[in-house]
Design a protein. Structure first.
Lengths: 260, 597
């Protein structure tokens, strides 16, 4: 259960929030269950509970069950306010701004990852260093999708013409499952990827090995990726300059398909 | 311009065996039904007594029949979805294609909400409200009949897509840009749009009708604060319809303009904004769930006092809570898309507004519980449904509050946890509530009660089936399973098989309910009930003077048929048909009053 037993700081805070909120709600829910079954048994027709057919109003009692839920919602509301600001996907994880940037493009039905600091790109898999804040800058060149890696933290929508940032970080090395969570057409079920978190050294070695490869993410290669269909994993040693900006910007101009 | 628009012989070709089976079934069932009507000689009786009737009770019954028929379709869809997911653990890909699976989950949602749940509540409201406020009928009997037949037209349009063309594969709320022409070039989304446009207008007309009825036609001396709770919750629900449904009409119209006229309201390009669609549709969609559940809250407020032999506890609180839910339900729509990336302030405000609804809902539950306190509770089936409702609804309420906390929602949204939550609310609240109300009021209209033994069987099977079918989905959501997958990870398969077993138990429950109806009708002498079999003090149980009604009209049904044809014309771009149908409807609608001039 990656949501409850996560591997990243964001997902850990989110799972703690889920547990806290559930415990708070049990303060109301458990009495409801208890009273429901206790009253049902105690005041059954064949039972010996007192019968007061006209007792239908008690200001004091009603005050209690307006007040108790209100107080719990006040506490939950405060928790919501602080946690929503703390877990805002747009908020940087560390104040220094030293996050690694991964640009993400949801394509019909594949995920493209660009690493602007390294000049490389990958298709349908992504590698990040552990213990490092990563800023995913997410967009789409397809219907709306949602970028979700349950073990690392919550999702955000991938939408055409927009960059939606999501900050995540991985605690420990491992392979984590990533998916699209928002239905985007027939190939949606195949739209998943592996996220590998590796130690800084292993990550650097991996980047170097990708750079030695041959694949280039050029305009024609990218055009081929825009054709609906599923694809295997690919690593690109080089990326055409300005590609990501043009992917995002294409929807803002004349609305014609992307020109290269 | 082509006479048949975009329709051609190829439109009738279905690609898979399952789809062809459905096509043949609909054609055979429709022609068989029509032939039976003609040759059994019941058509005349049906026309005179039912189809043209303006009596609110008969219209109510016809709504329930529509919901029953469409419920069978919706359950058949659910069966296909559950069996596909249970068998399609990779590398196996099950028996449905990705496209067909998408059509089925879209149709399942649309049918269950618009053509099962809505007719169920409109059926109950039609049957009970005039009796409860002791008026002769509704304010506008003709419009009441028109609402029914427009709803039927929408339902027929959904089923027509099984025969010719296909249904939308873009989900029960077709988010653009997926639902735009570029990504959904077929007629599926157009069937969706026109089925819901027609049914949506029907709901709006009904809301105006019942609001007018409740406000102006209450019996002498029944002030607002004397109204029974079912009337209050219906009032809340109809206010929501009045304000929410125009939004649906507009957003569907704009989507159609995009698709048919090349406009750009919701496209990604040329200044269109898909996020606008998502906002608008949920500004309707969230009130919609309260439209469905509020009247059933009212049902429980009638059932619990009756079977506890005690007055309803905290009537004023109940009224306040009902109206609080009505107002708050318009202020929470953003919680359906916290993950779209609005700022933390926006998300937090909408999250807290959502939780606030838990307060009046919690008060209602405590008031019901304290109605049981110091009562003499008789556990007839309606009371059992109440027990089932509270037990399951509290679970759904808790998962709902979890989903309303943005930080938690990021991890739960779009997973099957969400699917489990809303089925939890709709089945535990709306469906169980309807069964409570149906069993409770059945003797008022039929003159005999429903068989208790089979009713209890159905109850236990439903509750068990619900738990077995949906609790695994909560777990699967936490395991990272997203919704709408036609193939699944093998590690999810065991729980998906459990869920499929749960559905089988629900199907058994439905079979028992059908048997219950048959057995009860057969044993109606033995089950004969007087005017007030439960000993209720509510006004609808007091005997009414017989209503002598001779006024019938087939105009509403004709307009319904024309709406179907017009909708079909819009779907297939046969503009002449759409315009003609609209023009003839307008004439039929305006003409009747002039008959007497």
């Amino acid at each position: 259960m990656p949501v409850l037993f996560p591997h990243g700081v964001v997902a850990s805070q989110e799972s703690a929030l889920i547990v806290q909120a559930t415990l708070l709600m049990l303060i109301v829910a458990l009495p409801v269950f208890f009273l429901l079954f206790y009253f049902a048994w105690r005041y059954r027709a064949s039972g010996r509970g007192r019968h007061m057919p006209n007792w239908s109003h008690s200001r004091f009692d009603e005050l209690i069950w307006w007040a108790v839920p209100i107080e719990i919602i006040l506490v939950l509301g405060a928790l919501t306010w602080t946690s929503t600001h703390m877990l805002d996907p747009h908020k940087p994880l560390s104040p220094a701004g030293d996050a690694m940037v991964v640009q993400v493009v949801a394509l019909p039905w594949k995920w493209l990852f660009l690493y602007p600091q390294y000049g490389i790109a990958t298709l349908n898999f992504v590698e990040i260093p552990t213990q490092t804040p990563v800023e995913f800058q997410i967009t789409a060149d397809a219907p709306m999708n949602s970028f979700w890696v349950p073990a690392l933290g919550g999702q955000i929508y991938a939408m055409p013409g927009m960059i939606n940032p999501l900050r995540l970080s991985a605690d420990s090395p491992g392979d984590y499952h990533g998916v699209s969570a928002n239905y985007s057409g027939a190939g949606f079920a195949d739209m998943h990827f592996n996220l590998r978190a590796a130690s800084r050294d292993d990550f650097d070695t991996w980047v170097a090995s990708v750079r030695k490869g041959k694949g280039v993410l050029s305009a024609p290669v990218y055009s081929a990726l825009r054709v609906p269909g599923v694809a295997a994993t690919v690593a690109y040693a080089r990326v055409q300059r300005g590609l990501f900006d043009r992917i995002v910007g294409q929807f803002l101009d004349a609305g014609s398909p992307m020109r290269h | 311009m082509n006479f048949f628009g975009t329709l051609s012989i190829d439109s009738f070709v279905q690609t898979s065996a399952v789809a062809m089976g459905a096509q043949v079934f609909v054609i055979v069932a429709a022609t068989g039904g029509v032939l039976w009507l003609i040759f059994s000689g019941t058509l005349d009786w049906l026309w005179r007594e039912w189809l043209t009737s303006l009596d609110h009770k008969r219209i109510g019954v016809m709504y329930l029949i529509l919901a029953g028929i469409m419920g069978v379709r919706g359950l058949a869809d659910a069966t296909l979805l559950r069996t596909q997911q249970a068998t399609a653990a990779l590398p196996s890909s099950g028996y449905l294609s990705a496209e067909h699976f998408a059509e089925i989950f879209s149709a399942h949602g649309v049918i269950m909400i618009f053509f099962v749940a809505m007719p169920l509540i409109f059926g109950l409201i039609n049957l009970v409200i005039p009796l409860q406020i002791r008026s002769r009928d509704v304010a506008f009997p003709f419009l009441n009949s028109l609402s029914l037949w427009l709803t039927v037209a929408g339902a027929l349009l959904v089923n027509a897509s099984l025969v010719v063309g296909q249904f939308s594969a873009a989900g029960w709320l077709p988010y653009p840009p997926l639902s735009e022409l570029a990504f959904s070039p077929g007629v599926g989304v157009d069937y969706y749009i026109w089925a819901l446009q027609i049914a949506g207008v029907a709901s709006l007309i009904s809301a105006i009708n019942f609001l007018t009825t409740i406000i102006t036609m209450r019996t002498h001396g029944m002030r607002l604060m004397h109204m029974p709770m079912f009337t209050w919750t219906t009032l809340g629900s109809m206010l929501l319809v009045l304000f929410a449904f125009p939004l649906l009409t507009v957003v569907l119209a704009l989507l159609f303009f995009d698709r048919a006229l090349g406009m750009h309201f919701f496209t990604s390009t040329l200044g269109g904004n898909p996020m606008m669609f998502v906002n608008l549709i949920w500004a309707w969609g969230h009130p919609e769930v309260y439209i469905l559940v509020l009247p059933l809250f009212g049902v429980f407020s009638e059932v619990v006092p009756t079977f506890s032999h005690k007055k309803l506890f905290g009537y004023t609180s109940m009224v306040v809570a009902t109206m609080a839910i009505t107002a708050l339900s318009f202020l929470v729509w953003v919680h359906h898309f916290f993950t779209m990336g609005a700022g933390a302030n926006v998300n937090a405000v909408f999250g807290i507004a959502t939780m606030a609804i838990a307060i009046p809902t919690g008060v209602k539950i405590f008031n019901w519980l304290f109605t049981m306190f110091r009562g003499r509770i008789v556990f007839k089936t309606p009371m059992l449904w109440f027990m089932g409702f509270v037990s399951t609804f509290v679970i759904g309420g808790m998962t709902g509050v979890l989903l309303s906390i943005p930080g938690a929602d990021y991890q739960l949204h779009n997973s099957v946890f969400l699917v489990a939550h809303f089925h939890n609310m709709i089945i535990g609240g709306v469906v169980f509530g309807f069964f409570a109300g149906f069993t409770y009021w059945f003797p008022k209209f039929a003159g005999f009660t429903l068989d208790e033994r089979l009713g209890k069987w159905a109850f236990w099977l439903w509750v068990t089936g619900f738990l077995v079918a949906f609790m695994p989905l909560y777990a699967l959501g936490l395991m990272g399973m997203t919704r709408r997958l036609y193939v699944v990870d093998p590690s999810w398969q065991p729980l998906l098989i459990v869920a499929a077993v749960g559905l089988a138990i629900i199907l058994a429950a439905v079979a028992v309910q059908i048997a219950q109806l048959v057995v009860s009708v057969r044993n109606r002498e033995r089950l004969h009930a007087g005017h007030n079999p439960w000993g209720s003090h509510a006004p609808e149980w007091a005997p009414l003077p017989p209503v002598d009604r001779t006024h019938n009209t087939g105009v509403a049904m004709c307009i319904g048929a024309l709406a179907f044809l017009g909708g079909f014309g819009m779907v297939w771009h046969m503009w002449w048909l759409a315009i003609l149908a609209l023009a003839v409807s307008a004439v039929l609608f305006i003409l009747p009053p002039f008959k007497h001039v």
